[in-house]
Structure formats: structure tokens, C-alpha cells
Write a protein that binds this ligand. Structure first.
Ligand code: GLN
Length: 495
């Protein structure tokens, strides 16, 4: 039997069914791992007691033959999802102490299918960032280290970095994330795991703390493509409580995986070949193209001419929506209140103390681009460019079924790097943001190691609602890459 913390969800479900181990044993092994890796700071709140109660209930259900699709599987939940009775902060001081009285639709569905929650993972404050260095609760540390012996602490990526670090360190078997501009795909790439952001509208946003509502989309990290397909099914589906939720059937993705890519056309967008892109990223991309070909796909060159406008467009639209969404944090309804001399003073003092620098920066940018006189020049213009970016994809998909690109322009960087210049930090999202603006499904699959021994991911972008093709291409890459490297701290502990 594989060690309990080193299985995939698919293997664990079989093991539970065969009574090789119980949900209680599986959960205990992960609770122990959570304690072992506390120095990574991946969790804001650990919920071991709740997890054990859920695991016991799961074993009872299974004994009665009533097990659900994820029964007994220990997961980590990004602290952006409201969880009933468990503090939910979005990694912000302004929400410290906020205990929701309800579950988000996504977590409710995972629990409905029997999943166990180990705790709530840290993120960049309000999911704004690419490094997990803007959390009020401290930096999250990537379990991976450079192979040069420098031992520098690296970022896990962001914003869902607590989730990706926890999964890479074998603390959980899967972890929820949200992706507004890349927050599942980029941390998956930095941590050597798989992550999928489905089509906008596939998973309900109800009960997920809002950042930029027209972009925010829940998704999942897994140890394999198949695992993400299994978990995504539980999370997905129409929700009348989210007005942008799509009323569409949720396919059995996992059941349709396994084939090769014969008959498929994979597009390679030439605009993703950026000036100054490290050679190892280009090499990895070429390797991915070769793998897709070997699996039977036809490779076609495509053009997404408005790609270069994606980042500036995103950094107008996302802050605009954020400034509006975050207006609700006023010291009256949720979390922190700093009493002032009058109501306005209370609002101002609460927000001044409750929000971190990056969140304030985004609120200011957002308020600026929405203000009279600038609204047409920035916000409306950005909306028009967003449409052009979507049309680029639609045109490209007349020639191909999915796109293959690198996930991020670099491997994980050290904590503190890129901090001096917000623009440099924003460049991390250059390959992930376009699909977000177009609402398309995207996935990152670990494909190789950098010269420094750090994981690098390849991204697959699909047509709207065609997660199946994304997953199929992802699995072909996964098989060819056969990525089995683990962070040294994990192999050492396992030995
Ligand atoms: N890094 C991007 C940002 O800072 C994307 C974040 C996200 O997807 N939540 O906005």
C-alpha cells in the first residue's frame, strides 16, 4: 500500500472502498502532515476536530453503502470560501473573526459528496497577488527549494498559494482555489501540481468572497489530472443563488479520460512568445508541443493579436470591480471595526487599518478608472478591448480545439523578489490573464524542472464549456512528462 499521504484521490477512493484503510486513518495521516509542515504557514485555521468528525461520519456512511463521490477525502479549502462555523478572512485583517453562518455553494457540494475539511488556507489578501506575500497572516512558503543549496524561501505563487503549498507538501489530497487572473494556474505551476480553472459560470461564486466578479471562478488543485476531474465534478453545476452561474449539465469528465489526442488540433499562439522569456520556458513549451504531436495531435500556429493588451485591460477591470465589491467592508457589517468620532470617521479608520497596501492600491486604481471623466477613457475602453481578446480566442478556435502555452514566465521566485515594483509582479499573469478575460477554461500541468530544480507548468486553454478537451490534453502532457519529482523536504520526511 502506498503511504496514506502520497496517494491520488482516485487511489484513495479505491483503498477506502476495499477497506485497506478508513477515512479516519486517512484523515489522521493528513492532520499529522499539517502539524509537520506548520512552518510553511499554509493554513490560517486548522480544523482537525471537524475533520475527524467528518471522517467518522464518512466511515459510517461507507459501512452503510451510502458513500458519496468524495467520501472521506481530506481537502484544504482556500480561505476565500465561506465555511459555516469556521472563520473566513480572505487573508485580510478587515475580516478577522468573521465566522459565516453558511457554506459557499462549492464547499457545501464538496461536503455533500463526503469530503473532509482539514482547514482554511492562506492567500494573497482578497486574492490580489501572485506570491502570497500580501496576506495579513504572513507569507506562505513553497515547500520546493532551489537546487543550488541557497535554501532561500520561495513563494508558492498566488493568490491560492496556501492551497498549492499544502497539496505539494502532501498535507491534503486536493485543495480548492479561485482564479481571477491566474490564481490557480500560476501557483500550480510554481508548486509542481495540477490546477484547473473551469469556464466562468461552471462553479458557483455564491459564498466566495468577491474580488472581481466578472472574472472570479472557483476551481481545484489535484495531484493528477484525473483527480482534478473527479473533484471538479462535485463542485460544479447550476446555482440559482449566483446570477452568472450557468444552467448546463456537468459531464462525467473523469470517466471520459484516458485516450490519446488523435484527431485533435492544438493551437500554438505566436504572441505568447514574449521578448525576454527565459530559454528554459521556451524549451519546455517546445517539449510540450512535441508530446502533443506524439500523442497524435496536429499542431497549428494561431494568432491572438490583442494579447499584449490583456494585462493592462485586466489591471483596469479587476481593480474597478474590486473597488466596488470591497465597498461593503465598512466596519458595520463584518469583521473589524475601528470606532471613530462619527460614522464617516469609523468607515475611514476601519478601512485604513483593515486593508493592506496592495488592496488599497487596487481600490485607488479602481476608483480612479471608474470616476467621472476617466470612466470612458479607461473602464469602457478596457471593456471594449476585453471583447476583442475574446474574439481573438473565438477566431483561433475556428482552427484548433485547444491552445498550449507556458503557464508562467518563470519558476517560483524568492520571497521579497519583485516586491519593489508592482508592475513586475503583475507580469507573472501575462499567460493566464487572457483566458480569464475571455472566461475560458484553463489548466496547468507540471511538465518539467527548471535549471534550479523547480517545477514548471504548461497551460492548456480550451473553448468555453469544453473542460473535457482541456483535461484530455492535460492528461496527455501529464503522461508524457511523467513528472514525479517531489520537494526535498517531503521526500526526506517520507524516508
Ligand atoms: N495575480 C493576479 C492579481 O493579482 C490574479 C489573482 C487572482 O487570480 N486572484 O490580480
Amino acid at each position: 500500500m502506498t503511504e496514506l499521504t502520497h496517494m491520488t484521490v482516485a487511489q484513495a477512493l479505491k483503498g477506502l472502498e476495499n477497506k485497506d484503510f478508513s477515512a479516519v486513518e486517512l484523515t489522521q495521516a493528513h492532520i499529522d502532515a499539517m502539524a509537520n509542515y506548520r512552518h510553511l504557514n499554509a493554513f490560517i485555521v486548522e480544523t482537525p476536530d471537524l475533520a475527524m468528525d467528518q471522517a467518522k461520519a464518512s466511515d459510517e456512511r461507507r459501512a452503510k453503502g451510502e458513500a458519496g463521490a468524495l467520501d472521506g477525502i481530506p481537502l484544504a479549502i482556500k480561505d476565500l470560501f465561506c465555511t459555516k462555523g469556521v472563520q473566513t478572512t480572505a487573508s485580510s485583517k478587515i475580516l478577522e473573526g468573521f465566522v459565516p453562518r453558511y457554506d459557499s455553494t462549492v464547499t457545501a457540494r464538496l461536503f455533500r459528496d463526503g469530503a473532509v475539511m482539514l482547514g482554511k488556507t492562506a492567500l494573497d489578501e482578497f486574492a490580489m497577488g501572485s506570491s502570497n506575500t500580501t496576506s495579513y497572516f504572513g507569507n506562505v512558503i513553497n515547500p520546493w527549494k532551489r537546487s543550488d543549496g541557497s535554501n532561500a524561501d520561495l513563494v508558492p505563487g498566488g493568490s491560492s498559494g496556501g492551497s498549492s503549498a499544502a497539496l505539494a507538501a502532501r498535507i491534503c489530497m486536493g485543495a480548492t482555489g479561485t482564479d481571477t487572473g491566474g490564481s490557480i494556474r500560476q501557483p500550480a505551476s510554481f508548486c509542481g501540481i495540477t490546477g484547473i480553472k473551469p469556464t466562468y459560470g461552471r462553479c458557483s461564486r455564491w459564498g466566495v468572497v468577491a474580488f472581481a466578479s466578472s472574472l472570479d471562478q472557483p476551481g481545484i488543485f489535484g495531484r493528477s489530472v484525473e483527480d482534478t476531474a473527479i473533484m471538479l465534478k462535485s463542485m460544479s453545476g447550476f446555482d440559482p443563488k449566483d446570477s452568472t452561474s450557468a444552467d448546463r449539465d456537468v459531464p462525467d469528465w473523469a470517466g471520459q479520460l484516458g485516450g490519446d489526442l488523435k484527431g485533435m488540433k492544438i493551437g500554438i499562439p505566436k504572441e505568447y512568445r514574449m521578448d525576454g522569456m527565459p530559454e528554459e520556458i521556451e524549451k519546455l513549451w517546445q517539449q510540450g508541443i512535441a508530446w502533443a504531436k506524439e500523442s497524435g495531435a496536429e499542431i497549428v500556429d494561431v494568432s491572438l493579436p490583442h494579447t499584449k493588451y490583456a494585462l493592462p485591460t485586466y489591471y483596469i477591470i479587476a481593480p474597478a470591480e474590486a473597488s466596488s465589491n470591497l465597498a461593503r467592508y465598512d466596519g458595520v457589517r463584518y469583521g473589524l471595526r475601528v470606532e471613530g468620532q462619527d460614522l464617516t470617521d469609523t468607515y475611514e479608520s476601519t478601512r485604513a487599518e483593515g486593508f493592506g497596501d496592495e488592496v488599497k492600491r487596487r481600490i485607488m486604481i479602481g476608483t480612479y478608472v471608474l470616476s467621472a471623466g476617466y470612466y470612458d477613457a479607461y473602464y469602457i475602453k478596457a471593456q471594449k478591448v476585453r471583447r476583442l481578446i475574446l474574439q481573438d480566442f473565438e477566431k483561433a478556435y475556428e482552427q484548433c480545439d485547444a491552445l498550449l502555452t507556458p503557464t508562467a514566465p518563470s519558476a517560483a521566485f524568492a520571497i521579497g523578489e519583485n516586491e519593489d515594483d508592482p508592475i513586475k509582479m503583475y507580469l507573472n499573469d501575462v499567460f493566464t490573464v487572457p483566458a480569464s478575460l475571455a472566461g475560458l477554461p484553463g489548466m496547468s500541468v507540471p511538465a518539467g524542472l527548471s535549471a534550479d530544480g523547480l517545477p514548471l507548468g504548461l497551460q492548456i486553454i480550451g473553448k468555453a464549456w469544453d473542460e473535457l478537451t482541456v483535461l484530455k490534453v492535460g492528461q496527455a502532457i501529464e503522461r508524457a512528462a511523467n513528472f514525479s519529482a517531489l520537494p526535498e523536504m517531503v521526500t526526506k520526511k517520507a524516508a
